[in-house]
Design a protein around this ligand. Structure first.
Ligand code: NAD
Length: 279
């Protein structure tokens, strides 16, 4: 999977997805499965991920996985290998604690770094050796547009996603010519529990998990370094730094991008917060 010009059919491929019990991860597994892949779903919430895989039927497997634990990741990939050599790993698991920085706990921030950042690092470290031996494979890391622009109320989340952007881009360069493709996925607001209680930026529609999934699976078929969803957010984020900080801050403030993670409905977010306290 080294050339971006090459098209790779999903038929017969083994695709592992982390954080696949729901949301973008589940939608990605469903789409890869629909296009003919054998899918291996991992999630910290074992009963939910088992049920998700069972609903797909044949060519779908599920394992309990804590991406922040290298041993757990190793066991997950060993389980996946029973379905055949791993072609694609989608490091998707993530949590988003938001709110005024000092109101959040350092425990929750540590967990966000462990899951969002170390999850990608551990997954890549565990999956790469076998891929390098075959000179084929594709590692897809799900970052966020929050990794490219400041979102007040999301200091730690933005930092974790910026780390995923840098990690993936550096991996792409370090492993050029190895046969391994690296892709960074940068979705904007996507309709999952993760954004519960928030309001999206004015003028940019909230996308569906299936939209992100389609973009990810398209990138498996035709590898590329970045996948922005929706596509035009990539152009916006590339242009913004050229405006200078004063103009950028004023535009983003007017679009509501600087208040969305500060002024949200905490009651609507309670269910999500309770769930990530168990992640
Ligand atoms: N929804 C959005 O607006 C949005 C936008 C940009 C990026 N993202 C990113 O997309 C990814 C998926 O988010 P989502 O919106 O589908 O969220 P979600 O909460 O619906 O799903 C995340 C999944 O990750 C799992 N998970 C959490 N901790 C885990 C761990 N330690 N080990 C294994 N699995 C774990 C959860 O159980 C859950 O099933 C995340 O990395 C998120 O940061 C989401």
């Amino acid at each position: 999977m080294s050339s971006s010009a090459t098209t790779h059919s999903l038929t017969g491929k083994v695709v592992a997805v982390t954080g696949a019990a729901r949301g973008i991860g589940l939608a990605t597994a469903v789409e890869a499965h629909r296009r003919g892949a054998t899918v291996v779903l991992g999630d910290i919430h074992a009963p939910e991920v088992q049920a998700a895989a069972a609903s797909l039927g044949a060519r779908a497997h599920a394992f309990a996985l804590d991406v922040s634990d290298p041993e757990s990741f190793g066991a997950f990939l060993a389980g996946a290998a029973k379905a055949g050599p791993l072609d694609v790993l989608v490091n998707n698991a993530g949590i988003m604690p938001i709110g005024a920085f000092l109101e959040g706990s350092t425990d929750r921030y540590r967990r966000a770094v462990e899951i969002n950042v170390l999850g990608c690092i551990y997954g890549t470290h565990a999956a790469l050796p076998a891929m390098l031996a075959r000179r084929a494979g594709h590692i897809i890391n799900v970052a966020s547009t929050a990794g490219k622009a400041p979102v007040p109320g999301g200091m730690t989340y933005c930092a974790t996603k910026a780390a995923v952007v840098a990690f993936t881009e550096t991996a792409r360069v370090e492993y050029t010519g190895s046969g391994i493709a690296f892709t960074c996925v940068l979705p904007h607001f996507t309709n999952t529990d993760l954004i519960a209680g928030t309001t999206s930026t004015k003028g940019i529609p909230i996308v569906q998990p299936a939209d992100v999934a389609t973009a990810i699976v398209d990138a498996i078929e035709r590898p590329r370094p970045d996948v922005y969803v929706p596509k035009r957010i990539g152009t916006i984020l590339a242009t913004q730094p050229l405006l200078g900080r004063t103009v950028r801050d004023s535009v983003n403030r007017r679009l509501g991008a600087y208040s969305t993670f500060l002024d949200f409905d905490a009651q609507q977010r309670q269910g999500y917060d309770d769930r990530i306290s168990r992640s």
